[in-house]
Design a protein around this ligand. Sequence first.
Ligand code: SAM
Length: 288
Amino acid sequence: MSAAELQGWFTEKVEDKGVAFSLKLGEHVHGETTPYQRIDIYSTASFGYLMAIDGCTMVSSRDNFFYHEMMAHPALNSHPAPRRVAVIGGGDCGTLNEVLKHPQVERAVQIEIDERVTRLAERYFPELCARNGDPRAELVFGDGIAWIKSAPPASLDVIVVDSTDPVGPAEGLFGRRFYADCLCALDGGGLLVQQSESPLLHLDLIVEMHRFMRESGFAHTRLLHFPQPVYPSGWWSATLAQKTPGPLTARIDEAAIAKLQTRYYCAATHGAAFALPPFVAGAVARPE
Ligand code: SAM
């Protein structure tokens, strides 16, 4: 039996990159096919519960904090007054949970296409859904692309795109038209942050995202990176786009950051996330 076919292991294979990551399983506790995708939940030997969508790892109990903290806090702490926030996708609610830790946030809307992702997260990842009852939170089940298109101009301060890979219903979330609609929905000084896959495996996609965002009218784009053990290569990224020109100013207030009760994010990891190794910096640099 080949390693990839070992019984009792979950393996996410990235065929075109020739890599795979495996977790030793306990049980397959839930599986269903929704109108949008296949969702499976497993208990694992050492990572708690694992949610997979269409065979790709979405979230594990043990290591989701890296991703959810870094999708929310660097962007929110780079905006002078993040009052109105939208999370596109993000149905496990982990990113929304981190967004709602910020006292400046007055309204946080999550637009997830597949309600079943959220219902299963409530059951298997209740810690990620702990703030869903916050009066500032609103859960919308629908297509994030259509929602952003119909959002009133200048009605949002931060848009967080916490989506699946750029295939199926998420494909349009990586396109110029969507970025142009985000630009319109953002107020002056607004920020868009989107998960942008692995700098090691998907640098071409990252470069294309930066180009599409700039071509759609964003003044600046920046990459931030962080560990994510269960995602292919174990190294992940998010791309931050600024609506208006000017330096990206970090609101690094140690006392406020301590109140976020984070496990990975802090003043030091905020700065470190934007420090790029040369092969990545060279690829995402704005062409002269
Ligand atoms: N952290 C994960 C990752 O990087 O692999 C993403 C997790 S989150 C569960 C991704 C969510 O995006 C899924 O629940 C999926 O249903 C949702 N999604 C995909 N396309 C969407 C769209 N067009 N509008 C809203 N939600 C979408």
